[in-house]
Design a protein around this ligand. Structure first.
Ligand code: SF4
Length: 351
């Protein structure tokens, strides 16, 4: 299978007409200066040099601010730069991320011209009251309109949603996932809200007006959302913000994060916890008190079955007094498992 690579080019806050309460785009994108075609070229060239496979599938992604809110000349400059690599056969496609109220037919025509394939919309919530509290400056109707237009014009649609926005509850987040599924995105990113320095949210947090989700709760909600999207075959491309020098644990001096459910392996925590639930469910169905089980999974799932720092193995032992032995087998489909009893409690007592 061809390996897929994304060359990320962060376009910091450029052109974004807004100031969402949680966003300090400059620190999240890890770049303080404006993006130029020279810088974009440098980033692309450096990435290309590091990719060794001849048949790699490479995509250039403009992330960060709201790409389609940038001045049209700047969009053209950056798109043209990326498009040159498509023409040379070095890159397959381009993706951009933007706000739902910065999409119209004219904008999409420009993106089509430069062979943009994927458009990701920052949705955050399907609840207009929560959007307003987050100072998003758009409504969910904008998301619906933009999503339909993007799909109708033949682009791949992606959505980004948040968990733990001010006044948002688990039910709001589940309702957001339900509303997004109806819009048929091909992919989704799920971001638990972190409190970042120099944002309105940071002020509210310091005044005691905003309380971020604890890590455990963020994991529990993300688990439900991941299940919902996975059931509909929507690709989950990210759970939790990408670690950078600035988006890291609040204990680090350079960290821009003050509080919130930060973890360097957030997605692994979510997926491991889902595996734990699945294994416990299977063990409960065995209808006999077990002492030792063998769990056979695809090698791709092995780390998640064991859990971060072997957490699942330990939890199973502490909670159910069951020893888990992991076996890897390529023949098992990723995401599936076989659980076999090695020793029942009766065997154990008779030993
Ligand atoms: S729309 Fe995006 S870039 Fe603009 S302030 Fe909000 S989160 Fe930041």
């Amino acid at each position: 299978m061809e390996k897929q690579y994304i060359i990320p080019i962060f376009v910091p806050h450029l052109g974004c007409p807004n100031d969402c309460v949680f966003c300090n785009q400059k620190s999240i994108s890890g770049q303080k200066n404006n993006m130029t075609k020279e810088k974009a070229k440098e980033i692309i060239e450096n990435y290309l040099k590091s990719i060794k496979e001849d048949d790699a599938q490479i995509e250039i992604a403009f992330y960060g601010g709201s790409f389609t809110a940038i001045k049209p000349e700047k969009q053209e400059e950056l798109l043209k730069t990326a498009y040159e690599y498509i023409e040379q056969g070095k890159v397959e496609s381009i993706r951009v991320s933007t706000r739902p109220d910065c999409i119209d037919k004219q904008i999409l025509k420009r993106l089509k011209k430069y062979k943009v394939k994927t458009i990701e919309l920052g949705v955050q919530s399907a609840n207009d009251y929560i959007l307003q509290k987050a100072n998003r400056g758009h409504t969910f109707a904008d998301v619906q309109k933009a999503s339909k237009l993007i799909r109708r014009k033949g682009f791949k649609l992606g959505h980004q949603m948040m968990v733990g926005l001010p006044e948002s509850t688990r039910i709001d987040e589940i309702n957001t996932a339900k509303a997004l599924i109806k819009l048929k995105p091909k992919m989704i990113r799920i971001y638990p809200v972190l409190v970042v320095k120099n944002t309105k949210l940071a002020e509210d947090y310091q005044k005691g007006d905003y309380e971020p989700l604890p890590l455990v709760q963020a994991i529990e909600i993300c688990k439900e959302l991941v299940r919902m999207f996975a059931d509909k075959n929507i690709e989950i491309i990210r759970v939790g913000l990408q670690n950078t020098e600035e988006i890291t644990t609040p204990e680090e001096e350079k960290s821009e994060v003050i509080a919130g459910p930060y973890h360097p392996a957030f997605r692994q925590l979510v997926e491991s916890s889902m595996w734990y639930d699945a294994i416990v469910e299977k063990i409960k169905k065995l209808n006999v008190k077990v002492k030792e089980v063998e769990v056979i999974v695809n090698p791709r799932d092995a780390n998640n079955v064991i859990g971060h720092k072997k957490e699942n193995i330990q939890k199973l032992k502490d909670t159910y007094d069951v020893d888990l032995i992991l076996k890897q087998d390529e023949k098992i489909k990723p995401g599936k498992s076989q659980v076999e009893i090695i020793k029942t409690y009766k065997d154990f007592l008779e030993e």
